[in-house]
Design a protein around this ligand. Structure first.
Ligand code: FES
Ligand SMILES: [Fe+2]
Length: 432
């Protein structure tokens, strides 16, 4: 059964970008939960052991970053939509001024999901006892059961809420590690208030830090007019497996065999230069693989050299820019943790080439489907908790990913500057 963004089973939707694969999906995530996380843990743990650090959370998520929660087009009018990020249930929408908001999908009174309630463009009204919360701040504005004798300060109660911005056709949510958790019992208000103050301070901190987390990511574009398209694909895996799958160069000739791209006989030795960048690494600008037909065509068309730059930055973002003369193609793939056993690839691409969106989608969907089918098969193996290995040089980017993650967690823990796993620029060799 396919899964909705909140991780719940949903009916097959004929408009789903990758509807063809749904019949093949056997994502029995509920029961796989524990085993999947155990399968991933040894890899992360070995990276952490080298650095002597401990994981921030045993689910292996990176908090205090922006993650895409929903496509913008999914929210209309005063609709409330649900999503899950890092195992946090969210309710999202847009207020009357068009401002996006994300609240924890849980009423601070008794925990019923706020998404069962109503939204009037300003406040979300809980379906259980009618408490109302201003959508963007989460601040309580009304408790219908109170009488004039009651002393409770309504405005000091907050529902959990997260910074939320719309960009590139997504609702992005800043997953704050200090954001309020659902509260129970008599001390609820006090705890909510304290948690809310912490959430705000974390947000301020993020804004001051600049760069890494001040604003939601934006796709780079290089001309006024361009085409843009979005694709998505669920993977029954821990986010770490999704990410190292995304940056893995050696699976191409086996998983993505096709006449127009490459065959397994086209394998040849590659040499690629990499350099460290803040929170990530860059495959230095280079002329792309000569055995790929689209690149050959592009070069023929513009008569100018084609260069490609590929970046990976924490927590989960891979961007690629291809330029040739005035023509350009820019894409971003993010692998977002929904739960510890489920992640989602969100892929957005823009270009000013004479390439119709439908043709691009046809190829891109096929690519994603091939990756998805492989990861579904991999999940079958991972549930038996095998020992895994990363080899040089083809898996070196994966090693850097785990190194970056361990380095970031360690620097957050100690407050010291982050140690980058790459000492400097380096050239890798592999066959693909
Ligand atoms: S549970 Fe939401 S108002 Fe009581
Ligand atoms: Fe792939």
């Amino acid at each position: 059964m396919p899964l909705a963004r909140d991780g719940q089973p949903r009916k097959a939707n004929p408009t789903t970008a990758l509807r063809g694969i749904e019949r093949n999906r056997r994502i029995d995530v509920g029961r796989r939960k524990e085993r999947m996380s155990e399968a991933v843990r040894p890899i992360l743990q070995s990276a952490l052991d080298e650095r002597g650090a401990a994981p921030e959370s045993d689910a292996g998520f990176l908090w205090d970053f922006w993650y895409p929660a929903l496509r913008s087009g999914e929210v209309r009018g005063n609709q409330l939509k649900t999503a899950m990020l890092l195992e946090v249930p969210l309710v999202l929408g847009r207020n009357a001024q068009g401002k996006a908001f994300a609240m924890r999908d849980s009423c601070p009174h008794r925990g019923i999901p706020l998404s069962y309630g109503r939204f009037d463009g300003k406040a979300v009204e809980c379906s259980y006892h009618g408490w109302k919360f201003e959508a963007c701040s989460g601040q309580c504005v009304e408790i219908p059961s109170l009488t004039s004798q009651d002393k409770l300060k309504v405005e000091r109660i907050f529902a959990g809420h997260y910074p939320c911005e719309e960009r590139d056709g997504y609702f992005w949510v800043y997953m704050n590690s200090w954001a309020p958790v659902t509260t129970r019992g008599g001390a609820a208000e006090r705890r909510e208030e304290k948690d809310n103050a912490e959430a705000q301070s974390a947000q301020r901190l993020a804004e001051r830090r600049g760069g890494e987390s001040a604003a939601a990511p934006t796709l780079a574009t290089f001309s006024e007019k361009y085409r843009i398209t979005h694709l998505e694909c669920d993977l029954p895996s821990h986010v770490d497996q999704g990410i190292i799958g995304l940056m893995d160069p050696a699976h191409g000739p086996f998983v993505h065999q096709s006449w127009y791209w490459r065959s397994r006989h086209s394998i040849h030795e590659k040499e690629k230069k990499f350099e460290p960048i803040p929170n990530g690494f860059r495959m230095s600008p280079h002329t792309p693989s000569s055995n790929s037909a689209p690149y050959r065509m592009l070069k023929k068309y513009t008569g100018e050299p084609v260069t490609t730059t590929i970046d990976f930055v924490l927590p989960n973002i891979r961007t690629e820019e291809i330029r040739s003369g005035k023509l350009w193609f820019s894409s971003r793939a993010t692998v977002t943790p929904v739960r510890r056993d489920l992640c989602r690839i969100d892929f957005v691409a823009a270009w000013n080439l004479l390439l119709p969106v439908w043709i691009f989608r046809m190829f891109a969907e096929k690519f994603l489907r091939q990756d998805q089918e492989t990861m579904i098969q991999q999940a079958e193996g991972l549930k038996h908790n095998p020992r895994l290995m990363l080899i040089d040089d083809a898996d070196r980017p994966a090693k850097w990913y785990f190194g970056l993650k361990a380095g970031l967690l360690e620097s957050r823990r100690t407050g010291a500057a982050m140690v980058h796993p790459m000492p400097g620029p380096i050239t890798l060799h592999w066959r693909s």
